[in-house]
Design a protein around this ligand. Structure first.
Ligand code: HEC
Ligand code: HEC
Length: 258
């Protein structure tokens, strides 16, 4: 009797070991960029009064209610309270009804132009990023959970390819830093896993909010590679791939980084 229990225990232990090894091989733990930041930076992010990203949230709220001259419409006129937008931002980048592959900032501009008869906001402009931060903030605490399906598969594949592609004078790919050098120091910064669950994020070095596309441009520039344009299909493809790669991480917008 006893030895049967013993064998059962050994057997269970082996199963436990087996899955432990499998887990280590295939499911690298996802770690938010937050955990690679210095404590002083984390403290700024955690405190709503210190976190400068909340100035953008407030500005976004004002814009949400602002009526445009020609149409006399605000975002609120059609979409109602901004809290209705919970869970919306995390569905981007996506292929929309007109079969365009767009991110959230582009959707905002489409609504401005088509629905409100107003001018598009410039890429990286304060107004555009404020609305984007506001909308991602509505999904704070929700997990990234993007679905890859027949609509976006093509873009996902392009994004994956770009993530592993060696580029620039130094021949560096994203994964060489954000998978292979995680935790190493690079110019007084700790290399993180390169997730985007805190975006748009406040960058202390620039005293402003940066979009995902702007952040990737910055990584390209630092690796001496020629960057793509903000709103390019290439960056949307990378953004899609990064969103999928961070599946399960909670939205932290507005995050604060160095
Ligand atoms: C030479 C190394 C290097 C390469 C190559 C590189 N990055 Fe980065 N990246 C960094 C460093 C350093 C930071 C700032 C510290 C951190 O957050 O990892 C950063 C930050 C980021 C962040 C912000 C993470 C956060 O939590 O705020 C994202 C997203 C990102 N990189 C994506 C990319 C993508 C996509 C590529 C490929 C196109 C790329 N990086 C290529 C070094 C690199
Ligand atoms: C006249 C009505 C109207 C106004 C005003 C308007 N929108 Fe829209 N919005 C729409 C419609 C209709 C859709 C769906 C269209 C589509 O799927 O392409 C939409 C879609 C969206 C979506 C995506 C929703 C989803 O579930 O995928 C976002 C985000 C959004 N709008 C943000 C805004 C913002 C921000 C403003 C203000 C700058 C705004 N909209 C102003 C009508 C409007």
């Amino acid at each position: 009797m006893d030895y049967k229990i013993y064998i059962l225990k050994v057997f269970l232990f082996l199963i436990y070991l087996f899955f432990g090894i499998l887990n280590n091989l295939y499911a690298k733990d996802l770690i938010s960029g937050y955990h690679f930041s210095e404590p002083s930076t984390q403290m700024i992010q955690d405190d709503e009064f210190l976190n400068p990203g909340f100035i953008w949230v407030e500005h976004g709220k004002a814009l949400w209610e602002k009526k445009e001259n020609v149409s006399d419409l605000s975002c609120n006129s059609c979409h109602g309270k901004v809290s209705n937008m919970k869970g919306v931002a995390i569905k981007f980048p996506k292929v929309n009804k007109s079969e365009n592959f767009i991110n959230l900032e582009q959707q905002i501009n489409i609504c401005r132009e088509k629905e409100m008869k107003a001018r598009k906001f410039e890429p990286e402009s304060k107004n555009l990023l404020a609305l984007s931060v506001l909308l991602y903030y509505q999904s704070k605490g929700l997990k990234q959970n993007i679905e890859i399906n027949e609509d976006n598969k093509k873009w996902f594949d392009i994004g994956e390819e770009l993530y592993f592609k060696k580029i620039g004078q130094m021949g560096l790919s994203c994964n060489q830093c954000h998978d292979d050098r995680v935790g190493n120091n690079l110019r007084a910064e700790k290399v993180s896993q390169g997730h985007i669950n805190g975006f748009p994020s406040y960058l202390l070095r620039w005293s402003k909010i940066a979009s995902v596309h702007r952040r990737i441009q910055f990584c390209n520039e630092q690796a001496r590679a020629i960057p793509f344009k903000i709103f390019s299909k290439e960056y949307n493809a990378l953004q899609l791939y990064l969103t999928w790669r961070g599946k399960g991480l909670e939205i932290e917008t507005p995050a604060v980084r160095k």
